[in-house]
Design a protein around this ligand. Structure first.
Ligand code: AR6
Length: 170
């Protein structure tokens, strides 16, 4: 598996699937979630609504992932995952690892070869970005998958540099 870093906007990536840092409502929000729905168009939200009604009436649990098509985006799929809100008093890193593992599992179910991840939980959910990067890179490296091209797409220099440091560690 090739893991690479991109400084930029995940909605512009030419990959089979992009991961959305969603919330459990699956009904959109700010940050990368807002950008994906804005650019992808209403088809994605329609599918999210249907998934809620059919499978996740109580919301998509933290750490899980579910796919929709990608509307007007050039990716074929959007894999929505719900990262944990950062807590200084409780260790939620297993949930953040689960987001990455479950997203790869969803990608495998779809037969996806290339996937782009944002820095899940490292924005509005407040995760210290070095720690988020360490968990993300470590989990992707250790998860068995048929996906052979994983890109972390980082929106800020700070996030890019944190993922670069995480990737340099063995
Ligand atoms: N492409 C790539 N990365 C982006 C983009 C983009 N277009 N826009 C922002 N980022 P966040 P979270 C970066 O807040 O912390 C939403 O309201 C951003 O700089 O999007 O998991 C959801 O609905 C940061 O590094 O996600 C949830 O309620 C990273 O993406 C909540 O925010 C993640 O920031 C989820 O919070």
């Amino acid at each position: 598996m090739k893991i690479s870093l991109v400084r930029g906007d995940i909605t512009e990536q030419e990959v089979d699937a992009i991961v959305n840092a969603a919330n459990s409502s699956l009904l959109g929000g700010g940050g990368v979630d807002g950008a994906i729905h804005r650019k992808g168009g209403p088809e994605i939200l329609d599918e999210c609504r249907k998934l809620r009604a059919s499978h996740y009436a109580g919301g998509l649990p933290t750490g899980q992932a579910v796919a929709t098509t990608a509307g007007r985006l050039s990716a074929k799929w959007v894999i929505h995952t719900v990262g944990p809100v950062y807590s200084a008093s409780e260790d939620r890193s297993a949930q953040l690892a689960s987001c990455h593992r479950e997203s790869l599992r969803a990608a495998d179910d779809l037969g996806v070869a290339s996937i782009a991840f944002p820095a899940v939980s490292a924005g509005i959910y407040g995760w210290p970005v070095d720690d988020a990067a360490r968990i993300a890179v470590g989990t992707v490296r250790s998860t068995p998958t048929n996906v052979n091209d994983v890109r972390f797409v980082l929106f800020t220099d700070e996030a890019y540099e944190a993922y670069e440091r995480a990737l340099m560690k063995p």
